[in-house]
Write a protein that binds this ligand. Structure first.
Ligand code: TA6
Length: 271
């Protein structure tokens, strides 16, 4: 685990396992990310909470669900104390015989995490092979809410979405900010604006903005799915929502020898 703290007083904890941000606290020490009390921290397992790194596949498919990056050991390769009072670390994950068995591409992934007033994550994927490659990726962020029914998500109004609960059917958006009263699992393609999560009990607002990523995913497992997740309390769905930024509907292409960079920034507007 790497712990970083900025001169502004904010702190973050990042596991080398999965390149996984597991904690982000503001200067007052308030935790801004949700971590399941039943999260498992074991080799080969994904951590239920924080900011899982989804790469090179989103969701089910030929690879393990959500790819392998969140279950592999990343290496700390750089750290810096920046002139703008932020601190940064860079973790790296490279292709290996194990990953090549799963996904026949040579690559190097670098994850830069910058902490200041906000928390930024930037993923650079370099194609170290001789053939072009495409990948999906996402920052699968878990955000705490006082009570799911009192959370409101702005920025997705009127936007169509792929409903994962109905065979990824494309459905029309709604004019009102999104509130959650049932299981939800949606990919909103090509979202133009930042997404804002508002807690109507604490009036906290978190802004989720993205660069080089077109899509936003909203997920809450609700009652039945929560019961099926061993690393989540049965009523855990009441206390978090996943707002994820990613390249899902349209995978990213990297030519041989080329690189592509994408990222997200989390900013607490009011707490
Ligand atoms: O982000 C939405 C989603 O793809 C859901 O379908 C649900 O499976 C969630 O991710 C969590 O996946 P995980 O493999 O971490 O349990």
């Amino acid at each position: 685990m790497v712990e970083i703290s900025s001169r502004l007083g904010s702190k973050a904890q990042v596991m080398l396992h999965g390149g996984h941000v597991v904690s982000w606290r503001n200067p007052a020490g308030t935790e801004q990310l949700y971590m399941s009390p039943r999260a498992v921290f074991e080799p080969g397992k994904a951590i239920r909470g924080g900011v899982p790194i989804i790469f090179p596949q989103f969701g089910p498919g030929p690879l393990p669900t959500h790819g392998f990056a969140r279950m592999r050991e990343w290496k700390l390769v750089a750290s810096s104390d920046n002139s703008d009072s932020t601190v940064s670390i860079t973790l790296a994950l490279e292709s290996s015989p194990e990953t090549l068995d799963l996904w026949p591409h040579n690559f190097r992934a670098a994850l830069s995490i910058t902490l200041g007033e906000s928390l930024s994550c930037e993923l650079t994927v370099t194609n170290t092979g001789t053939m072009p490659l495409t990948f999906q990726c996402a920052f699968h962020s878990y955000f705490p809410v006082s009570l799911i029914a009192q959370a409101r998500i702005h920025g997705l109004e009127q936007l169509p979405y792929l409903n994962n609960l109905r065979g990824r059917m494309l459905e029309d958006g709604t004019p009102a900010p999104l509130m959650i009263d049932q299981e939800i699992d949606r990919v909103y393609p090509n979202v133009p604006n930042p997404t804002l999560l508002e807690d109507l009990i604490t009036y906290t607002q978190v802004e989720i903005s993205k660069q080089g990523l077109a899509d936003v995913v909203i997920w809450n497992p609700w009652v039945e799915k929560s019961k099926s997740l061993k690393d989540l309390e049965p009523d855990g769905y009441l206390r978090f929502v996943c707002i994820e930024t990613g390249a899902i509907a349209t995978p990213l292409l990297v030519t041989a020898g080329g690189s592509t960079t994408c990222g997200q920034r989390l900013r607490v507007l009011r707490c």
